[in-house]
Design a protein around this ligand. Structure first.
Ligand code: PEP
Length: 254
């Protein structure tokens, strides 16, 4: 069975000291969780904590992810963190295009595609977040928004014979932190469309792209979501801040 991804996005809910304390307090249990053969656990703390968490978890089956990355190579980009540095502190995954970045930092789809290029050149798997706002959802524009968000990303691989490791996280903005999730049926239809779209644009190599869901996943909502056959993982925000809740999600029966 392909390992299912459980990505913990801590955002900036914890301070540096709190993130390190969390990792130390749950060190053994997190490593144990990471040993589940059918699961890949990815912790995404804030930038400052990546290096100490790498020290704590190196040579274990736990993976480390950043929450963002510079779109540029090392150079004059004050305040940014480049992909090379992320690789050097042990990141093997990185979120890009999270809706909070898209709205709070006015990120464009083209800029996100540049970040993907940087990550790939350092062998970091980009977890590309896409999703429609509640207004677009109500207007029935979900699929056209997803297509728009994916276009500059897929253009990077138009003529590729082989694809690097990539994950696409569908996170409807209206589901993030609200306790509301799309129905399994709606999700199934959305993932069927995403798969077909990837296939149409990139051909059979697109099969290896991992499809993830994010938005209010907890022990209850996760029950139906993780059973979706077309899903390769979940991105967990709020519920990942409580070790027991996160563990319960990882232990839900697929
Ligand atoms: C997220 O913002 O990536 C997320 C999944 O958040 P939550 O689980 O809190 O909805």
């Amino acid at each position: 069975m392909k390992p299912f991804l459980y990505v913990a996005n801590w955002k900036t809910n914890f301070s540096f000291n709190q993130e390190v304390a969390f990792a130390k307090e749950h060190h053994a249990e997190l490593i144990e969780l990471g040993k589940k053969p059918a699961a890949t656990i990815v912790l995404c703390p804030s930038f400052c904590s990546l290096a100490p968490l790498h020290e704590l978890f190196k040579n274990t089956s736990l993976a480390l992810g950043a929450q963002d990355c510079s779109a540029y190579k090392p150079g004059a980009h004050t305040g940014q963190v480049n992909a090379q540095s992320l690789a050097e502190v042990g990141c093997t995954y990185c979120l890009v295009g999270h809706s909070e970045q898209r709205t709070q930092c006015q990120e464009t789809n083209e800029h996100i595609a540049q970040k993907v290029t940087q990550l790939i050149s350092h062998k970091i798997t980009p977890i590309i977040c896409i999703g429609e706002t509640s207004k677009d959802h109500r207007a029935g524009k979900t699929l056209s928004i997803l297509e728009e968000q994916l276009t500059p990303i897929l253009a990077l691989f138009n003529h590729a014979q082989a694809l690097p490791s990539l994950a696409i996280a569908y996170e409807p903005v209206w589901a993030i932190g609200t306790g509301t999730t799309p129905t399994p049926d709606t999700l199934h239809k959305t993932y069927t469309w995403i798969r077909a779209h990837l296939q149409q644009k990139l051909g059979h190599v697109s099969q290896k792209i991992k499809l993830i869901y994010g938005g209010s996943v907890d022990e209850k909502t996760g029950l139906d979501i993780i059973k979706l056959t077309d899903l390769d993982g979940v991105l967990v925000g709020g519920a990942s801040l409580d070790f027991q809740k996160f563990k319960n999600i990882v232990e839900l029966q697929r």
